[in-house]
Design a protein around this ligand. Structure first.
Ligand code: SF4
Ligand code: SF4
Length: 172
Protein backbone atom coordinates (compact mmCIF):
# COMPACT_ATOMS: atom_id res chain seq x y z
CA UNK A 1 0.00 0.00 0.00
CA UNK A 2 2.57 2.54 -1.11
CA UNK A 3 -0.29 4.95 -1.87
CA UNK A 4 -1.10 5.36 1.82
CA UNK A 5 2.57 5.91 2.68
CA UNK A 6 2.90 8.38 -0.18
CA UNK A 7 -0.09 10.39 1.07
CA UNK A 8 1.30 10.31 4.62
CA UNK A 9 4.60 11.56 3.20
CA UNK A 10 2.90 14.60 1.71
CA UNK A 11 3.24 13.54 -1.92
CA UNK A 12 -0.42 13.90 -2.94
CA UNK A 13 -3.93 12.61 -2.35
CA UNK A 14 -5.68 9.40 -3.23
CA UNK A 15 -8.18 10.04 -5.99
CA UNK A 16 -11.60 8.44 -6.18
CA UNK A 17 -9.96 5.79 -8.40
CA UNK A 18 -7.74 5.00 -5.34
CA UNK A 19 -4.42 6.00 -6.94
CA UNK A 20 -2.10 8.73 -5.74
CA UNK A 21 -2.43 12.01 -7.65
CA UNK A 22 -0.05 14.94 -7.69
CA UNK A 23 -1.39 18.28 -8.89
CA UNK A 24 1.50 18.91 -11.25
CA UNK A 25 2.01 15.30 -12.41
CA UNK A 26 -1.30 13.43 -12.44
CA UNK A 27 -1.12 9.74 -11.53
CA UNK A 28 1.01 8.07 -14.21
CA UNK A 29 4.13 7.34 -12.18
CA UNK A 30 5.59 4.60 -10.03
CA UNK A 31 5.83 4.80 -6.26
CA UNK A 32 8.83 3.40 -4.43
CA UNK A 33 10.12 3.55 -0.90
CA UNK A 34 13.43 3.39 0.90
CA UNK A 35 13.64 1.61 4.24
CA UNK A 36 16.35 3.30 6.30
CA UNK A 37 17.60 3.15 9.87
CA UNK A 38 18.37 6.85 10.08
CA UNK A 39 16.04 9.65 11.08
CA UNK A 40 15.26 12.14 8.32
CA UNK A 41 13.44 15.45 8.18
CA UNK A 42 9.99 14.54 6.97
CA UNK A 43 7.00 16.20 5.34
CA UNK A 44 3.50 16.13 6.78
CA UNK A 45 0.54 14.14 5.45
CA UNK A 46 -1.24 15.56 2.43
CA UNK A 47 -4.69 16.53 3.72
CA UNK A 48 -6.52 18.12 0.77
CA UNK A 49 -8.66 16.12 -1.64
CA UNK A 50 -8.54 17.84 -5.02
CA UNK A 51 -11.07 15.53 -6.71
CA UNK A 52 -13.87 17.84 -5.63
CA UNK A 53 -17.19 16.95 -7.24
CA UNK A 54 -15.56 15.17 -10.21
CA UNK A 55 -16.77 11.61 -10.83
CA UNK A 56 -15.22 11.02 -14.28
CA UNK A 57 -13.37 7.85 -13.25
CA UNK A 58 -16.43 6.35 -11.56
CA UNK A 59 -18.60 7.16 -14.57
CA UNK A 60 -16.09 5.74 -17.07
CA UNK A 61 -15.27 2.44 -15.36
CA UNK A 62 -16.91 -0.21 -17.55
CA UNK A 63 -17.30 -2.76 -14.75
CA UNK A 64 -18.41 -0.38 -11.98
CA UNK A 65 -15.38 -1.40 -9.92
CA UNK A 66 -14.82 1.95 -8.19
CA UNK A 67 -16.33 2.10 -4.71
CA UNK A 68 -17.53 5.28 -2.95
CA UNK A 69 -14.66 5.26 -0.42
CA UNK A 70 -11.75 5.94 -2.83
CA UNK A 71 -11.05 2.26 -3.29
CA UNK A 72 -11.50 -0.40 -5.94
CA UNK A 73 -13.42 -3.63 -5.77
CA UNK A 74 -10.47 -5.64 -7.04
CA UNK A 75 -12.62 -8.58 -8.02
CA UNK A 76 -14.53 -6.37 -10.51
CA UNK A 77 -11.53 -4.57 -12.03
CA UNK A 78 -10.40 -5.35 -15.60
CA UNK A 79 -6.78 -5.26 -14.41
CA UNK A 80 -7.55 -8.11 -12.04
CA UNK A 81 -9.34 -10.17 -14.68
CA UNK A 82 -6.67 -9.69 -17.35
CA UNK A 83 -3.56 -10.00 -15.17
CA UNK A 84 -4.27 -11.92 -11.98
CA UNK A 85 -7.26 -14.17 -12.62
CA UNK A 86 -6.47 -17.81 -13.24
CA UNK A 87 -9.18 -19.66 -15.11
CA UNK A 88 -11.97 -18.38 -17.30
CA UNK A 89 -13.44 -14.86 -17.32
CA UNK A 90 -17.16 -14.81 -16.64
CA UNK A 91 -19.31 -14.42 -19.75
CA UNK A 92 -21.36 -11.84 -17.86
CA UNK A 93 -18.47 -9.42 -18.54
CA UNK A 94 -18.48 -9.97 -22.29
CA UNK A 95 -18.36 -6.65 -24.16
CA UNK A 96 -17.24 -4.65 -21.10
CA UNK A 97 -13.46 -4.76 -21.55
CA UNK A 98 -13.27 -2.10 -24.29
CA UNK A 99 -10.35 -3.91 -26.03
CA UNK A 100 -8.14 -4.04 -22.93
CA UNK A 101 -6.22 -7.33 -23.06
CA UNK A 102 -3.71 -6.66 -20.27
CA UNK A 103 -4.54 -4.28 -17.46
CA UNK A 104 -6.77 -1.22 -17.80
CA UNK A 105 -6.07 2.50 -17.48
CA UNK A 106 -9.49 3.94 -18.26
CA UNK A 107 -9.93 5.56 -14.85
CA UNK A 108 -6.55 7.27 -15.22
CA UNK A 109 -7.04 8.19 -18.87
CA UNK A 110 -10.20 10.16 -18.06
CA UNK A 111 -8.79 11.88 -14.97
CA UNK A 112 -8.41 15.62 -15.61
CA UNK A 113 -5.24 15.74 -13.50
CA UNK A 114 -3.46 13.56 -16.03
CA UNK A 115 -3.37 16.46 -18.48
CA UNK A 116 -0.28 17.36 -16.42
CA UNK A 117 1.40 13.98 -16.83
CA UNK A 118 4.45 13.89 -19.06
CA UNK A 119 5.97 11.07 -21.17
CA UNK A 120 8.76 9.05 -19.56
CA UNK A 121 12.33 9.12 -20.86
CA UNK A 122 13.29 5.64 -19.66
CA UNK A 123 14.34 3.53 -22.61
CA UNK A 124 13.62 0.29 -20.77
CA UNK A 125 9.89 1.19 -20.67
CA UNK A 126 9.64 1.46 -24.43
CA UNK A 127 7.75 -1.34 -26.18
CA UNK A 128 9.57 -3.91 -28.28
CA UNK A 129 9.56 -2.46 -31.84
CA UNK A 130 7.74 -5.53 -33.21
CA UNK A 131 4.78 -4.74 -30.93
CA UNK A 132 4.11 -1.50 -32.77
CA UNK A 133 3.78 -3.34 -36.07
CA UNK A 134 1.33 -5.99 -34.90
CA UNK A 135 -2.06 -6.11 -36.59
CA UNK A 136 -5.31 -7.32 -35.06
CA UNK A 137 -4.76 -10.58 -36.90
CA UNK A 138 -1.22 -10.94 -35.49
CA UNK A 139 -2.65 -10.60 -31.99
CA UNK A 140 -5.34 -13.16 -32.61
CA UNK A 141 -2.76 -15.63 -33.94
CA UNK A 142 0.09 -14.82 -31.54
CA UNK A 143 2.36 -17.81 -30.83
CA UNK A 144 4.30 -18.52 -27.67
CA UNK A 145 7.54 -17.82 -29.54
CA UNK A 146 6.35 -14.33 -30.48
CA UNK A 147 5.00 -13.77 -26.96
CA UNK A 148 8.41 -14.61 -25.45
CA UNK A 149 10.17 -12.31 -27.90
CA UNK A 150 8.00 -9.19 -27.69
CA UNK A 151 7.37 -9.42 -23.94
CA UNK A 152 10.90 -10.33 -22.84
CA UNK A 153 11.51 -8.40 -19.58
CA UNK A 154 7.92 -7.09 -19.67
CA UNK A 155 5.31 -7.16 -16.90
CA UNK A 156 2.95 -8.77 -19.42
CA UNK A 157 4.71 -12.05 -18.66
CA UNK A 158 2.78 -12.06 -15.38
CA UNK A 159 -0.34 -13.09 -17.28
CA UNK A 160 1.63 -15.79 -19.08
CA UNK A 161 0.98 -16.77 -22.69
CA UNK A 162 -2.14 -18.70 -21.66
CA UNK A 163 -3.59 -15.68 -19.82
CA UNK A 164 -2.92 -13.23 -22.64
CA UNK A 165 -4.42 -15.49 -25.30
CA UNK A 166 -7.45 -16.06 -23.06
CA UNK A 167 -7.86 -12.28 -22.80
CA UNK A 168 -7.51 -11.80 -26.55
CA UNK A 169 -10.16 -14.44 -27.23
CA UNK A 170 -12.43 -12.80 -24.67
CA UNK A 171 -12.42 -9.38 -26.36
CA UNK A 172 -12.60 -10.69 -29.96
S1 SF4 B 1 -8.59 0.01 -14.00
FE1 SF4 B 1 -10.39 -0.05 -15.39
S2 SF4 B 1 -11.76 -1.62 -14.54
FE2 SF4 B 1 -10.26 -1.08 -12.93
S3 SF4 B 1 -11.26 0.51 -11.75
FE3 SF4 B 1 -10.07 1.59 -13.33
S4 SF4 B 1 -11.50 1.85 -15.05
FE4 SF4 B 1 -12.39 0.34 -13.67
S1 SF4 C 1 -11.28 11.35 -12.47
FE1 SF4 C 1 -12.00 12.97 -11.09
S2 SF4 C 1 -12.78 11.87 -9.30
FE2 SF4 C 1 -11.52 10.43 -10.46
S3 SF4 C 1 -9.51 10.56 -9.50
FE3 SF4 C 1 -9.52 12.00 -11.22
S4 SF4 C 1 -10.15 13.97 -10.32
FE4 SF4 C 1 -10.65 12.38 -8.84
Amino acid sequence: MERAWAQNSGLGWRGKHSLLIQKNKGSFFFLAELILDIKLEYDHPFKTDHCGTCTKCIDACPTEAILPNNSINGSKCISYFTIELKGEISNSLKGKFEDWMFGCDICQDVCPWNRFSTPHSEERFNPHPDLLEMTKNDWEEITETVFKKVFKKSAVKRAKFSGLTRNISFIK
